[in-house]
Design a protein around this ligand. Structure first.
Ligand code: GDP
Length: 297
């Protein structure tokens, strides 16, 4: 088994919140993620976000950072949780102000609450003449979800993912929520984290995006995720830039694994390549035995 090192309080440093966007289909999850991705160009960086790697980081005018999982919807959220991965710190739940609290809105709320992840509501499409954000808030209140303006504790902001109205303020509220969570990690240890997505690229081989949750990942590290392993040959950020090291809350795409781990598989760094290979072989063996057992049933 892989030992989890318990961090000492004095080794912990603040880290950016990791945010998932959920909500009913067509309520504007993709539009919101696209808007934030396109609008945010880090000061001093030459370009905006150019690569889809499954997650991206933005820096607000205040200098504070937020990491977004770039897979809208709760399928990814629940798939990761099913593998024991708790990646999300805060959930933005998008609700179209010209619609209603829909089944997938309720599901998203339930998933976030079951995971103990705080919710920030984004009441979207307020640019539409038919938008009625108050009706949405009333319905939320009826479900015992009282937002701040209504005397409750849940953050909410009216936005338009199309025009961008309110999006900055929404992100400030996400940061307020993050402040309460007091998110910290130890950057000075071998990296641990979760695979967000992975695929085979014809030219480059297996490419996986990992989210570093603790420690620092470096080119040359020997990584094991699920049943796949390998030495990190190169790392790129969402701007396509070559990166040598990545600390907590940083999403990074890596080259060098011998296969594609499943989204939600944890990753660890090994000093000893042999040990990583042994664990990978053991996991492959276990999976084989499990599939034989299921076939017999
Ligand atoms: P998703 O299924 O939740 O990812 O929703 P999308 O982002 O794909 O949006 C569904 C539709 O609503 C698209 O046609 C968007 O252009 C539109 N849409 C999303 N946000 C807004 C908004 O703030 N205002 C308006 N008018 N349309 C929006």
């Amino acid at each position: 088994s892989i030992e989890e090192v318990v961090d000492r309080e004095e080794d912990l440093e603040p880290r950016a919140p990791i945010v998932t966007v959920m909500g009913h289909v067509d309520h504007g999850k993709t539009s919101l993620l696209d808007y934030i991705r396109e609008e945010n160009v880090i000061a001093g960086e030459s370009g905006g976000i150019t690569q889809h790697i499954g997650a991206y980081g933005v820096t607000l005018e205040s200098g504070q950072k937020i990491t977004f999982l770039d897979t809208p919807g709760h399928e990814a959220f629940t798939a990761m949780r099913a593998r024991g991965a708790q990646v999300t710190d805060i959930a933005i739940i998008v609700i179209a102000a010209d619609d209603d609290i829909m089944p997938q809105t309720k599901e998203a709320i339930n998933h976030a609450q079951a995971a103990g992840v705080p919710i920030v509501f984004a009441i979207n499409k307020i640019d539409k003449p038919t938008a009625n954000p108050d009706k949405i808030k009333e319905k939320l209140a009826a479900m015992n979800l009282l937002i701040e303006d209504w005397g409750g504790k849940i953050q909410s902001h009216d936005i338009s993912a199309k025009t961008g109205i309110g999006v900055n303020e929404l992100l400030e509220k996400v940061l307020l929520e993050a402040e309460i969570l007091d998110l910290k990690a130890n950057p000075n240890k071998p990296a641990v984290g979760t695979t967000v997505e992975a695929y085979l690229d014809k030219g480059r081989g297996y490419v996986s995006t990992v989210l570093v949750q603790g420690g620092t990942l470096r080119v040359g590290d020997y990584v094991l995720s699920g049943k796949h392993h390998g030495k990190v040959k190169a790392m790129h950020d969402e701007r396509g830039k070559n990166i040598k090291m990545a600390g907590p809350s940083t999403p990074i795409s890596i080259l060098g694994l011998d296969g594609a781990p499943t989204a939600g598989d944890k990753f660890n760094v090994f000093e000893d390549e042999k040990e990583a290979k042994q664990i990978a072989a053991k996991r492959t063996q276990l999976l084989r035995e499990q599939s034989v057992r299921t076939q017999r049933h």
